[in-house]
Design a protein around this ligand. Structure first.
Ligand code: 8X3
Length: 257
């Protein structure tokens, strides 16, 4: 495990996978999954204590990373001269206010982390991914990048932006050895997504999953990402939409009484 951003990822015979937002949830589960699949995983997150522990556990590396800060992105990526996979996982939702009363600052923050954060990381690592001859960019998008719902305007706008960035990048890289893939999860119960969205209100966060027999969990999405990046490299999984069995569509969720 390396915690010093000045110290590059140690020479490794393993392919290198970078995972942003690696301190919890889908990011942490993806790091574990990719390590099992034979990658040297480089974790980035603001909470370095968590990623350092996880990196030690999986034999990877960990560096501080705030994808909303270009200086932080540059310092992180300077420690990663070689990379085959970039998983743009850092993201999230804030609030459920209707458009009529939504906070523009919340929307700006969601755009920054879900779109500009992906842009910063992808720009910084693209040269290494191309040079690898078998690069992958995986976006953790969302079903919120495909449809809209009441109260979700800021998040759905941002995740539509994530998906638009991915589709644009795939077009622009056509002919280069880099796949651009999107996994779009529906209802995933993680320890933090809904809690963050509702400002720490656990009652409101719990209500999202009330009566839903088996929401997806982080490991389900990690498994999808593991599958996507281990297909033969000519197979580009453009978009993988994954929902729990109980969620037939954004507004159609079966809840046990
Ligand atoms: C999370 C899916 O339905 O909460 O990305 O917007 S949803």
């Amino acid at each position: 495990m390396s915690a010093n951003p000045a110290a590059p990822v140690p020479d490794s015979p393993l392919p290198v996978a970078v995972v942003t937002g690696g301190s919890s949830g889908i990011g942490a589960a993806t790091a574990r999954r990719l390590a099992t699949a034979g990658f040297h995983v480089v974790l980035g997150a603001r909470r370095t204590d968590r990623i350092e522990q996880l990196a030690t556990h999986i034999g990877g590396s960990a560096y501080p990373l705030d994808v909303t800060d270009q200086g932080s992105v540059d310092a992180f990526c300077s420690a990663v001269p070689v990379a085959q996979v970039l998983v743009n996982n850092a993201g999230g939702a804030v609030g459920m206010d209707p458009v009529a009363t939504a906070d523009a600052g919340d929307w700006a923050g969601m755009y920054d982390v879900n779109v500009l954060g992906v842009l910063r990381m992808t720009q910084a690592l693209l040269p290494a991914l191309i040079a690898s001859g078998r690069g992958d960019v995986v976006m953790v998008g969302s079903t919120a990048g495909l449809v809209n719902y009441e109260g979700g305007g800021g998040y759905t706008a941002a995740k539509h932006g994530t998906h638009a960035l991915a589709e644009t990048l795939r077009l622009e890289l056509c002919g280069q050895p880099v796949r651009v893939m999107v996994v779009a999860p529906g209802m995933v119960r993680t320890e933090e997504f809904s809690l963050t969205r509702f400002g720490g209100d656990s009652d409101r966060a719990d209500a999202v999953y009330a009566g839903v027999r088996e929401p997806l969990v982080a490991e389900d999405i990690a498994d999808c990402i593991g599958w996507m990046v281990t297909r033969p490299h000519h197979v580009n999984v453009d978009l993988l939409v994954v929902r729990p069995l109980a969620q037939a569509a954004q507004h159609k969720v079966h809840r046990d009484a």
